[in-house]
Design a protein around this ligand. Structure first.
Ligand SMILES: NC(=O)c1ccc[n+]([C@@H]2O[C@H](COP(=O)([O-])OP(=O)(O)OC[C@H]3O[C@@H](n4cnc5c(N)ncnc54)[C@H](O)[C@@H]3O)[C@@H](O)[C@H]2O)c1
Length: 310
């Protein structure tokens, strides 16, 4: 049987994952909030089962695992910045609810759990670039602490109860369907501002470097990991290349052939100065090979946003 459920499947990453799983003939159920962005699934909604509910409500979760073989956990109620505004809410809504799910997963002998963690926050301020998976983990935002703790519980459940799992420490995915109104996702946010001739605000001097990965490249290992057997449970997932915010802006101006109004404001303490992931383990173990170069990815995202916004 090949029945998958994606918690948070109506979101940016979840909807792309869903499409790829369908292409590979998996049966897909998504679990998402009642008011999730239905447009994300409009092209394939007839091919999937949709459960609308609240991940934090144990009664909504109750029967969602019936008949399921594989679980993807992509729900997050916070972003790195918002998580620090209310760490109690962050822990309650992400960690406690995940533990409830994992206990049920163990009881039902689910074949595998795939968890999307955060390559940009679990390590904290990196001591080495690119960052390998065995780098120390010392997050400087609650979001990163919650992700790290979920990783640790997955290890505990696997050690104690033989739960099989894979963690992906994802860098900065971008592409179609990423919401340009969120604070996460600098590429669609900048593109939207350029398109609508709004001012772009950059925290700090624009030297912060990040690892950006086009969404369709990012979801391949998520799918491949379902049936992949490995002694390794934790993988970095990014492009392995780093670009500063200023470099990114220049690329965006070149691709769009438009100028930008830019305002630099004080940097945020929670932003690590650099985060570029070492992706050699994923390349070796799963033949991972991202295909889309950043300028091409920006162009695809730009063309998509032009259609949606104009
Ligand atoms: N986008 C990124 O830059 C990035 C980077 C690293 C890790 N991640 C992680 O990947 C996962 C997916 O991210 P995304 O970018 O697709 O985000 P997204 O916001 O587009 O998708 C998350 C989905 O979860 C749903 N959700 C949130 N709270 C819920 C609840 N209480 N009950 C039911 N559904 C709920 C939302 O409605 C949404 O559809 C998250 O766990 C995120 O932390 C994202």
């Amino acid at each position: 049987m090949n029945n998958c459920i994606i918690y948070g499947g109506g979101g940016f990453i979840g909807s792309h994952l869903c499409e790829e799983l369908l292409k590979r003939n998996y049966n897909v159920t998504i679990f998402d909030k009642i008011n999730f962005a239905k447009d994300n699934i409009k092209n394939f909604k007839d091919k999937i089962k949709v459960i609308e509910g609240d991940f934090n409500n144990e009664y909504d979760l109750l029967s969602s695992l019936d008949g399921i073989d594989y679980v993807y956990h992509l729900v997050s109620s916070t972003l790195p910045a918002s998580s620090n505004d209310n760490p109690v809410y962050d822990v309650e809504s992400n960690l406690i609810s995940t533990l409830r799910l994992l206990q049920d997963v163990v009881k039902r002998k689910i074949k595998k759990v795939i968890f999307v963690s955060s390559g940009g926050t679990v390590y904290g301020i990196p001591k080495a670039i690119p960052i390998p998976e065995d780098h120390s983990r010392q997050p400087i935002c609650s979001y990163g602490i919650t992700k790290k703790t979920i990783e640790d519980y997955l290890y505990m459940f696997s050690y104690l109860y033989n739960l099989d799992y894979t963690v992906f420490r994802l860098a900065n995915p971008y592409g179609e369907r990423q919401n340009p109104l969120y604070a996460q996702g600098v590429i669609p946010v900048f593109l939207k501002k350029i398109l609508l001739k709004e001012e772009i605000v950059i925290w700090g001097d624009g030297s912060v470097r990040r690892d950006y990965i086009y969404i369709k490249d990012a979801i391949m290992p998520l799918v491949n990991s379902l049936e992949h057997k490995s002694e390794y449970k934790v993988f970095n997932l990014g492009s392995g290349e780093g670009y500063s915010v200023n470099e990114l802006l220049e690329m965006i101006k070149k691709v769009t052939n438009m100028d930008a109004k830019v305002k630099y404001v004080a940097g945020r303490k929670l932003d690590v100065p650099v985060s570029v992931l070492d992706i050699s383990l994923l390349k070796k173990e799963m033949n991972y090979a991202p295909k889309i170069e950043i300028e091409k990815g920006i162009e695809i995202t730009y063309n998509y946003l032009k259609e949606v916004l104009l």
